[in-house]
Design a protein around this ligand. Structure first.
Ligand SMILES: *[C@@H]1O[C@H](CO)[C@@H](O)[C@H](O)[C@H]1NC(C)=O
Ligand SMILES: *[C@@H]1O[C@H](CO)[C@@H](O)[C@H](O)[C@H]1NC(C)=O
Ligand SMILES: *[C@@H]1O[C@H](CO)[C@@H](O)[C@H](O)[C@H]1NC(C)=O
Ligand SMILES: *[C@@H]1O[C@H](CO)[C@@H](O)[C@H](O)[C@H]1NC(C)=O
Length: 340
């Protein structure tokens, strides 16, 4: 394994490494959250991301899995999308479902062009036989929430307008699935709430459901994973850097359950979207995912889950065999729209 690859994995699993210390509840945190996240704070409120920990790879024109390319989304905001087209025989590319994807990284880190995320998305395009549109959304704290939500919503409209040849020629935008990992799951949920009341404007794009892969939710009340004080300082910093100034962790962006939840959940129920949760019980934020899943179920949503044992946060991207498990799950959930 290359040094770069090891650094990338170390970052994705930094939370897990920290958990290995398992200090007791009463102990103060031993970790410097800035150092753990490979960032340094600047006087103007921005952060510097230590470059060597955040490698990126160019789009891929030679792979056996999928072709990719980068296309500007909103030049004013320096946002762009990376598209993935599965490779296959002639005719293979007709009528592909479109997966709009949001990556993880605590709202403040990483890129859709990171090597692990890029490989995962090539595999997604290939194994699910879909056109992937992955959004390079704006990061906090330079752009606090809802900037990331605005950008992913903008990407939905960009897909709907078929501004790109791949989308126009190979995609079927009435088979759109939104998928996100970690904070990307949070983003997809929040964009889904907004999009649920925009369905006429989004036509001919039709969303069929959401795939929330280890989505990053929470609340002011702390779950089991936060009994580790190091986890608390890191999670606090992430939310402190990303939420609108002055907000707390019961903000609806972060806590979908608080105050009875959004009334747009009824819209999502009415639209018949399937909401698929993927998680595993070794993930420090697993308990909240289960709570949100149960809450959606109570609200009458068409929710399905793949909740596995062990593992940790980031596993569906970082571990290729777990990626395969995820693809099988998604294929089953969205079988009416996915062609094999
Ligand atoms: C393209 O994909 C191949 C096979 O998946 C991989 O070996 C190669 O590193 C990729 N190239 C780039 C530029 O990402
Ligand atoms: C981001 O894009 C939106 C929509 O085009 C625009 O209203 C906003 O001003 C942009 N922000 C910046 C910082 O350019
Ligand atoms: C696109 O997908 C929708 C929904 O599955 C389907 O009804 C429609 O026939 C598809 N479009 C084409 C051109 O096949
Ligand atoms: C971040 O933390 C500071 C200090 O505790 C607090 O004043 C501020 O409101 C917090 N901001 C957010 C967005 O949570």
């Amino acid at each position: 394994m290359s040094k770069q690859k090891m650094k990338q994995l170390a970052l994705i699993f930094f939370l897990v490494t920290i958990l290995h210390n398992k200090p007791s509840k009463a102990q103060p945190p031993t970790v410097n959250p800035y150092a753990a996240l490979h960032i340094t704070p600047n006087p103007d409120g921005s952060i510097t991301r230590i470059k060597e920990f955040f490698p990126t790879v160019p789009p891929n024109t030679t792979t056996s899995l999928a072709f990719s390319k980068d296309v500007p989304l909103n030049p004013n905001n320096k946002t762009w999308v990376r598209l993935y087209l599965p490779s296959g025989p002639p005719g293979y590319l007709n009528n592909l479902p479109v997966v709009v994807f949001a990556h993880g990284g605590g709202f403040i880190l990483l890129s859709t062009a990171g090597p692990d995320i890029d490989l995962f998305l090539s595999s997604t395009a290939s194994k699910l036989r879909v056109l992937v549109v992955s959004v390079e959304y704006r990061l906090a704290p330079e752009h606090r929430l809802p900037a990331a939500y605005d950008d992913v919503l903008e990407a939905l409209y960009w897909v709907k307008d078929k501004k790109d040849e791949w989308v126009k020629n190979y995609g079927n935008v009435s088979r759109c699935i939104m998928m996100g990992e970690s904070v990307g799951g949070n983003i997809v949920y929040n964009v889904g709430l907004r999009a649920s009341v925009m369905t006429p404007a989004l036509k001919p794009l039709v969303i069929r459901g959401l795939v929330l892969i280890q989505p990053f939710f929470g609340g002011a009340d702390l779950d089991r994973g936060y009994t580790n004080p190091n986890m608390q300082v890191i999670a606090n910093l992430l939310w402190n850097l990303s939420l609108p100034l002055g907000e707390n962790r019961n903000n609806p962006y972060f806590n979908p359950i608080f105050g009875g939840g959004s009334s747009n959940l009824d819209k999502i129920r009415g639209l018949g979207w399937r909401v698929a949760f993927a998680g595993c019980d070794g993930d420090f934020i697993f308990d909240r995912q289960v709570k949100v899943f149960e809450f959606f179920k109570k609200r009458g949503l068409d929710v399905v889950s793949h909740f596995g044992k062990g593992y940790n946060h980031g596993v569906f991207i970082g571990n290729p065999s777990e990626s395969q498990t995820l693809f099988e799950f998604v294929r089953n959930v969205f079988s009416p729209y996915l062609v094999s």
